[in-house]
Design a binder for this molecule. Structure first.
Ligand code: PLP
Length: 362
């Protein structure tokens, strides 16, 4: 079986975790601080705040940005559900803009159509590791006085016009879940250049505590452990190498698949570094689910990211949403299929995937 994802943990991570376990400081401590500093340096931001998941990073960032009841936040329905749920956590209202059919990312034109006098922020999601059109999105934010929270949970190390994702928005959120481009087991990070947002995020992640047992705000326990941070410090050193392998694998597979008429290979914008968290093709003959099943039977792990747009999820429907308001996202959800290209996938694996696909489509 070629799995769709495979975290790579080496002896460096083993050693780092063991050192933390022996140190006696196993919850949030000096390793978290070191990881935050290294991650902020990597993203070229002034601050980074570590938390225990990407979802927590999104939630905490919105709290620190003071998004609240009565506010509207525009995001994409074509993402993992956390991209929109975080808006509900702070009692604000998610508004869904449609996507660009080539990049799968939120469409700036659609964002403009959804802006009202209640709109406070936009959450662009760099889906599959390809940066959104941040030039247009930053221009919209400036013109309409909106805040930006980048959902960079799939895009560690990606860049747009040579500027790293995670450094555009008022704040950004990363996830270190095991399937992502780097991992800490569970884990997440907020990056920001805004001192106030960083400070608030640190207070809210720790029960709104300003002094020991003095709680000024309603906060949560969203802290990262030093065990996770120790893994993250080692993974961050390897991230560029991991991403390079993903990019090479994606390029190789696209070369093999590009002449198959039923398959549309991923489109990469010329001014970005796409880090291929997922390698996602569109199946144009309406038989995505059958092809998916045949690939699995041939020992090829796949993923459908995502089969149901967020605005078509059962509990969003109950709130009155539906995917007819975002027709491109609705259509795209029926066509997408992710194939394995992560760093442990070999050339032979990729040859096999291409060969099987051709055979299945015959
Ligand atoms: C993984 C992911 C998240 C959530 O991260 P967790 O660490 O699983 O909480 C949020 N948004 C996107 C786009 C993701 O891919």
């Amino acid at each position: 079986m070629i799995p769709i994802a495979n975290p790579i943990i080496g002896k460096e991570e083993d050693q780092a975790v063991l050192e933390v376990l022996r140190s006696g400081i196993i919850a949030q401590g000096p390793k978290v601080e070191e990881f935050e500093k290294n991650f902020a340096d990597y993203c070229n931001t002034k601050y980074a705040v570590a938390v225990n998941s990407g979802t927590a990073a999104l939630h905490l960032a919105l709290m620190a940005m003071d998004i609240k009841e009565g506010d509207e936040v525009i995001t994409t329905p074509f993402s993992f559900i956390a991209s929109a749920n975080c808006i509900l956590y702070v009692k604000a209202k998610p508004i869904f803009a449609d996507i660009d059919e080539k990049t799968f990312n939120i469409s700036p034109k659609s964002i403009i159509e959804k802006i009202t006098n209640k709109t406070k922020a936009i959450i662009p999601v760099h889906l599959y590791g390809q940066p959104c059109d941040m030039k247009s999105i930053m221009e919209i934010a400036e013109e309409y006085h909106l805040m930006i929270l980048e959902d960079a949970c799939q895009a560690h190390g990606a860049d747009f016009n040579n500027k790293k994702v995670g450094s555009f928005g008022d704040a950004s959120a990363f996830s270190f879940y095991p399937t992502k481009n780097m991992t800490t087991s569970e884990g997440g990070m907020i990056t920001t250049n805004n001192k106030e947002i960083a400070e608030k995020a640190k207070i809210f992640r720790n029960h709104g505590q300003i002094k020991r047992y003095e709680h000024e705000f309603l906060g949560y326990n969203l802290r990262m452990t030093d065990i996770s941070a120790a893994i993250g410090i080692e993974q961050l050193k390897k991230l560029d190498k991991f991403n390079q392998k993903r990019i090479e694998n994606a390029k190789y597979l696209s070369g093999k698949l590009k002449n198959i008429k039923e398959i549309e290979v991923p489109y990469v914008q010329s001014n970005v570094k796409h880090v291929f968290h997922q390698y996602t093709v569109k199946i144009e003959n309406g038989k995505r689910d059958e092809i998916n099943k045949s690939l699995n039977e041939a020992g090829i792990g796949t993923g459908i990211h995502y089969p149901i747009p967020i605005n078509d999820q059962p509990f969003y429907k109950k709130m009155g949403y539906n995917a007819n308001e975002t027709p491109v996202a609705k259509e795209t959800a029926k066509k997408v299929l992710s194939l394995p290209i992560h760093p442990s996938v070999t050339r032979e694996n990729l040859d096999y995937i291409a060969e099987k696909l051709k055979e299945i489509l015959k």
